[in-house]
Design a protein around this ligand. Structure first.
Ligand SMILES: Cc1cc2nc3c(=O)[nH]c(=O)nc-3n(C[C@H](O)[C@H](O)[C@H](O)COP(=O)(O)OP(=O)(O)OC[C@H]3O[C@@H](n4cnc5c(N)ncnc54)[C@H](O)[C@@H]3O)c2cc1C
Length: 337
């Protein structure tokens, strides 16, 4: 049975380590409890769905109900064939899922190793790293409308996936709870090694000998060397998205600034936000109890802020500085609440 806690501290439940309090809080662990959720939710105006809080910045206490999703379970289907289907509960830790699949030689998730958070949050911003996005391997996800109680399965194509975006981040935010996700993995050695660091590392490796676990280990070591561990220093990974410019906008920026770092993706030109921040003189800068991480300026860190507002104010300063220099407004990737 679901228990509601009042005035619950979320400090240990968000990777920034912000000591916000939720006026009401519930822990969702059993699929059987989903039936009673709409009735509980009906007593609250504001509801916030949470996984592991690794892409959230609380700027104050939350006056409403926080639902913490820990719906578990991992099942494998079609294990005799080459294409294995993996069905995981929305509250499963993402990296635990990646680890199990790599161990079993079910390939496809290895590039997404060590991304913090839950399986259910992964489709929300279409998580991505090292040349792979969730949309590349997801078949479908099951959702529950927390107000009406209606269940609906979304096929990949219906999720309107984009760069760190989906229908769940926009239209259905805090309305649909992703209860489980299905992935299509393969036993074939069709690894994605197009990302520069992976290419360099494995260029001389016999691809038939290579395993998902080796790729996972390498991705983990690169990530550990670049990104701050939230258990040691509060952060939510990349605070901003990499801006995508049209050709004409890129041309205008180039005209003013000369050489730019960018990648062509489809008909858009993606400029690394980290580069823009560094060029604006904000790499490794500390202001009060917040700042940008020394090895990766796209990550804002918490050195002990009293409130998430301090981090939000610093993020606005970054946006303003980058805008003044390049005329590009950085969009936040983190959900500010
Ligand atoms: C050190 C670090 C590195 C990171 N690296 C990457 C990276 O490489 N690539 C990347 O894409 N992201 C990265 N992130 C961001 C983060 O890991 C992902 O966004 C992750 O999917 C968030 O999962 P979560 O469970 O913590 O979600 P939360 O932070 O709890 O929630 C994020 C959003 O999803 C919604 N949500 C959560 N669960 C559900 C659900 N079950 N149903 C519906 N809505 C839900 C929430 O309402 C919120 O809007 C990084 C974060 C950190 C701290």
């Amino acid at each position: 049975m679901i228990q509601i806690e009042e005035n619950k501290s979320l400090k240990e439940l968000n990777s920034f380590g912000i000591d916000a309090k939720a006026s009401a809080f519930l822990f969702l662990e059993e699929f059987a409890d989903l039936v009673s959720l709409p009735e509980i939710v009906s007593s609250f105006g504001a509801v916030q769905i949470m996984g592991e809080g690794s892409n959230i910045l609380f700027t104050g206490d939350y006056d409403g109900l926080v639902i913490l999703n820990r719906l578990g379970g991992i099942e494998f289907e079609n294990v005799e064939g080459d294409n294995v289907i993996v069905h995981a509960g929305g509250g499963v830790n993402w990296d635990d899922l990646v680890n199990v699949c790599c161990d079993k030689g079910y390939n496809g998730l290895e590039n997404l190793s060590l991304i913090p958070g839950t399986v259910g949050a992964a489709p929300v911003q279409n998580i991505g790293a090292y040349g792979v996005e969730l949309k590349d391997i997801m078949i479908s996800c099951d959702t529950l409308n927390i107000r009406t109680g209606e269940s609906r399965q979304f096929l990949n194509i219906e999720c309107e996936f984009g760069y760190r975006n989906s229908i769940f981040k926009r239209k259905y935010k805090n309305e649909l709870l992703i209860t489980s996700v299905k992935f299509k993995l393969t036993k074939e050695k069709s690894f994605i090694l197009s990302y520069r660091e992976l290419q360099e590392k494995f260029q001389h490796t016999d691809k038939e000998e290579l395993t998902a676990s080796e790729i996972r280990d390498f991705v983990k070591s690169v990530r550990e060397s670049k990104l701050p561990n939230p258990e040691e220093i509060g952060n939510a990974g990349s605070f901003f998205k990499n801006p995508e410019l049209t050709k004409s906008k890129l041309g205008r920026v180039q005209k003013k600034h000369g050489k730019l770092t960018f990648f062509k993706i489809g008909d858009k030109y993606k400029i690394p936000a980290a580069w823009l921040i560094e060029q604006s003189g904000l790499k490794g800068v500390r202001e009060g109890n917040t700042g940008t991480y020394i090895n990766q300026p796209l990550v804002i860190v918490n050195y002990g802020v009293e409130s998430g507002k301090e981090i939000q104010a610093f993020s606005k300063k970054i946006q303003n500085k980058v805008y003044e220099k390049f005329g590009i407004m950085l969009e936040t990737e983190v959900n500010i609440i």
